[in-house]
Design a protein around this ligand. Structure first.
Ligand SMILES: Cc1ncc(C[n+]2csc(CCOP(=O)(O)OP(=O)(O)O)c2C)c(N)n1
Ligand code: SF4
Ligand SMILES: [Mg+2]
Length: 302
């Protein structure tokens, strides 16, 4: 497709008929159909979890049967943000911390597009934290994929709001003493209609979580526990990339085991996985359009 042309506005999105061919779509997924292969080789370090998350996202897009001409990927700055530029769709690589603000404008102007934000823990929770809170509060129909590698990867490994206690970073040379921000609980408290978390080691579970988030009509926040092998891993002796990915299973507990999780200081029972919230809150774009319709009818004297 021509990546520079954004199609004209049409009716707001309608439900996909994806349910019927769900299984077929799982099987016939070919990742290269969704990538800008002319940009390869990509920038990611070997073993980086962001690549696994990208695969899961593209697979979910395929399962949902989303037309690439109707897909807008909005990303911020960071290794996470650069991931979006490899997707063969309408891509919008914005400024650090602001992809949700750009995505909000885009979705309001073009309700016919599926708008997906790819952001990082620094991008979304530090400089962009305010935008996350308000995007969740409004419940506009955007899917936000936050790649949480617990570090500022792109800029060489500074501490982020999700860096675990005692972790060494370039800005915490004696170990991090700040408590950890729980992004999913923050999004939930702010009102996000759909919230879920998954690890990259379980690709089918991650794919299905993202797929459910894409299908949700409202603000869906999906926290992907990713790994920065090169910076975070090396500095903290976390082992090879496969050891880091396997380590995710030690820290995570599926949601259904909620009553049986092992407490961990600064991560008390909170890093479970699965769908945490799926509500029927009104979607902001639809409410806004209804309001405008009402005003216009009144002005016309109906
Ligand atoms: C306004 C502004 N401030 C700071 C930066 C520098 N900067 C670029 S990426 C980044 C952090 C990225 O971390 P994260 O969002 O977690 O993404 P990751 O690289 O870990 O995937 C920072 C601070 C910038 N580009 N713009
Ligand atoms: S620096 Fe870290 S986050 Fe960035 S590509 Fe390398 S491993 Fe991934
Ligand atoms: Mg990060």
């Amino acid at each position: 497709m021509n990546k520079h042309v954004i199609p004209q506005a049409e009716e707001p999105l309608k439900q996909n008929n994806h349910q019927d061919n769900h299984l077929e779509n799982i099987r016939d997924f070919e990742i290269q159909d969704y990538l800008r292969l002319d940009l390869f080789p990509h920038f990611m370090c070997p073993g980086c979890g962001h690549g696994i998350a990208l695969r899961a996202l593209l697979w979910a897009i395929h399962i949902q049967g989303i037309d690439k001409n109707k897909l807008a990927i909005v990303s911020g700055i960071g290794c996470s943000g650069r991931v979006g530029t490899y997707i063969d769709a309408n891509t919008y690589h914005t400024t650090h911390g602001r992809p949700l603000a750009f995505a909000t404008g885009l979705k309001m102007a073009r309700p016919d597009l599926h708008v997906v934000v790819i952001t990082g823990d620094g991008d979304c929770l530090a400089i962009g934290g305010n935008h996350l809170i308000h995007a969740a509060r409004r419940n506009l129909d955007i899917t936000c994929i936050m790649l949480n590698n617990e570090i500022y990867g792109m800029t060489g490994g500074q501490v982020s709001p999700t860096t675990p206690h005692d972790r060494f970073t370039t800005t915490t040379p004696a170990g991090n003493i700040e408590p950890v921000f729980d992004a999913s609980r923050l999004a939930e408290a702010a009102g996000a209609g759909f919230v879920g978390r998954e690890v990259t080691i379980h690709v089918p579970r991650l794919r299905d979580l993202i797929s459910e988030g894409l299908d949700y009509k409202g603000f869906s926040f999906i926290e992907v526990m990713s790994d920065c092998t090169e910076i975070n891993g090396r500095k903290n002796d976390l082992g090879s990339s496969s050891e880091m990915v396997l380590g995710q299973t030690r820290n995570m507990r599926p949601n259904e085991y909620d009553n049986n999780v092992v407490d961990h200081p600064f991560r008390p029972n909170s890093l479970n996985t699965g769908v945490f919230v799926k509500s029927d809150r009104p979607e902001y774009g639809a409410s806004y359009r209804d309001m405008v319709d009402g005003i216009q009818k009144k002005q016309k004297g109906h």
